[in-house]
Design a binder for this molecule. Sequence first.
Ligand SMILES: Nc1nc2c(c(=O)[nH]1)N(C=O)[C@@H](CNc1ccc(C(=O)N[C@@H](CCC(=O)O)C(=O)O)cc1)CN2
Ligand SMILES: Nc1nc2c(ncn2[C@@H]2O[C@H](COP(=O)(O)OP(=O)(O)OP(=O)(O)O)[C@@H](O)[C@H]2O)c(=O)[nH]1
Ligand SMILES: [Mg+2]
Length: 443
Amino acid sequence: MTSATSTIVALATAPTAGAVGILRLSGPAALEVGRRLAPSIPVEPTPRHAYLAGFVDAQGRALDEGLFLYFRAPSSFTGEDVVELQAHGSPRLLQLLLARALEDGLARPAAPGEFTRRAFLNGRIDLTRAEAVADLVAADSESAVRAAAAGLSGALTERVRALEEPLRSLHADLEGVLNFPDEAEGADEDSEARVQVLRARAEVLLSEAGQGRLVRRGARVALFGPVNAGKSTLFNRLVGEVRALVDDEPGTTRDALEARVEWNGLGVTLFDTAGLRETPGRVEALGIARTRELLAGVDLTVLVLPPGTSESDAERWRAEAGATDVLVIDGKCDVGSETLGAPRPRVSGLTGEGVDALRESLLSRLWGGGTPSAVALVSERHADALRRAAEALARAESASRLSTLEVVSGELALALEALGELSGTSASEALIDAIFQRFCIGK
Ligand SMILES: Nc1nc2c(c(=O)[nH]1)N(C=O)[C@@H](CNc1ccc(C(=O)N[C@@H](CCC(=O)O)C(=O)O)cc1)CN2
Ligand SMILES: Nc1nc2c(ncn2[C@@H]2O[C@H](COP(=O)(O)OP(=O)(O)OP(=O)(O)O)[C@@H](O)[C@H]2O)c(=O)[nH]1
Ligand SMILES: [Mg+2]
């Protein structure tokens, strides 16, 4: 039995107690299997009508009373016949209903993401929208929800199409000139300008990739600096609860601590780290090594300095962050004297002074002042495909000045193929497998 013709079944809701739990079937036998569980349903039920029906086991004994929905192919989520049993949300009851649905061998358990995969294979949604479904389920901040919803409504699809369609017609024009030079004469006249426009468009999309990642995963921000600067006190203040130990003994924090917060709808994972110093104890040295490792992997670091730190010392501490962006602040500003030289933002974890301003600066560093919801959802996979398309377009652009039409056209074909991986028109089976494997069962 191939996956295209089999009938699949899975629970569409989480296996925990809740108000309602849903068993979903998709495929040619969906209605037959559904009717075995709900015998009062007519042979030809009205599509999309919510029937109240008794659900029964193989012996006809009552298991529940719930809603029965039938979606007739192709007007369903998957494009196939779909049946939903909306039962009371008891995990054990739902297991019994699932077992009953599988009992006669007409349906098999769905693989992770298989419902959405069928929606994709049946042309109901393209690949970027299918991925947005998974992103929406995984979203853990408001901006991640909004970005995924934008993807689901086709925002990225539209933007890729706005690149893909003119690219396809330019490619067709050039191929025309190459293959039928007499009929297509002149179709390549403005090709250099057309390639330039497309390349610029691809670059704009690509430049948003970094922000897309921040939206999806949230930003990672680490506090670091010399021992006893007030990092843990500030960390607690930013998190809004006392998570880290605070003491006036230098070297209090050993293991890095992390806490998740949501600021202006953006998810932020904050890290408190072991303070840095020249001659730490043995265990503390391990903590410092961890700090350095962590600093290399975050999106932004905040260097917390004791008040009155000189500019040259500040520079020395700043180097610890390596290539990662650093925001330098003076801590303990309630006791500190004004810093000589370049003024740094002043913050006190103890009194809360300057903490709101710090939060604002962090957000604007991370976002560059943009609004999270306006960002197109761009995953690593999208960014990679876009990068390859942009690179091919860049080569096409220089070839349009220096080389032959064949070379230009060849690069355009590569760019088209890379874009096709985004929408799914040229996605390989392996790529499609990889994408749907990260879905949960029942999705
Ligand atoms: N109970 C339930 N809720 C759910 C889903 C579901 O499968 N079941 N969904 C599943 O993820 C999402 C809704 N997604 C859906 C997308 C398309 C169609 C659908 O029937 N499409 C048809 C008809 C369109 C129309 O009438 O406008 C089509 O595309 O032809 C249904 C659900 C979220 N909520
Ligand atoms: N006056 C004042 N004292 C502070 C402030 N922040 C921290 N302290 C005090 O400074 C000492 C060290 O604070 P911590 O927050 O543990 O400093 P830390 O940078 O995490 O120190 P290590 O983990 O040892 O690197 C404690 O006695 C705190 O009460 C502040 O903003 N103002
Ligand atoms: Mg500390």
